[in-house]
Design a protein. Structure first.
Length: 178
């Protein structure tokens, strides 16, 4: 075989392979939903996940703030720490997929309903009594909150005194942002 023929065949194979990869990559990009984010997030707060540089606030729920302290039987209880650890447990089980809602907040963060292993993490936080249904955003998680209240778990345990996170945040955080 002549060396020029071999080079021409290699070049044609390279071009075919490159074109095929371009078609596959562009079709994958076309199928990407801009309102969905997935991966293994970092848990920043009791209701905020971070995927790369994108922060996602769990939609329709509100968990105790970092500086918020609850009381349990007259003693300080780290309700924020308990809630954050529970979200770490839920999000640490595998890939998390968040379906984003609405426009970004002034800091570029998005709100989302996040699922892992078929479980709605937002709902699980409320069912565990470690977050409240945030009815200013949605009434989606009111039934789960009623379930937690009935079971007397998390923030709803007998002897626990807490302030709603949104009340604490509006008083303690400039602008009331999470």
């Amino acid at each position: 075989m002549h060396p020029d023929t071999s080079r021409a065949q290699c070049f044609r194979k390279f071009c075919t392979l490159a074109f095929s990869m371009l078609v596959v990559a562009s079709s994958a990009m076309a199928q990407t939903d801009p309102d969905t984010i997935s991966g293994r997030p970092e848990v920043l707060d009791a209701d905020i996940l971070k995927f790369g540089q994108q922060r996602v606030i769990l939609w329709g729920i509100d968990a105790p703030e970092t500086r918020q302290v609850c009381q349990m039987n007259g003693t300080a209880w780290g309700c924020h720490d308990a809630a954050k650890r529970h979200l770490q447990l839920l999000a640490g089980r595998g890939e998390v997929v968040c379906h984003l809602k609405g426009a970004p907040d002034p800091f570029g963060r998005r709100f989302g309903v996040c699922v892992s292993g078929g479980q709605d993490l937002n709902a699980e936080m409320v069912k565990a009594g470690l977050a409240l249904a945030f009815e200013e955003e949605s009434s989606d998680y009111v039934p789960q909150m009623a379930e937690a209240i009935g079971a007397g778990i998390g923030l709803w345990q007998p002897g626990v005194i807490f302030e709603e996170p949104w009340v604490f945040r509006r008083r303690e955080t400039p602008g009331g942002y999470r």
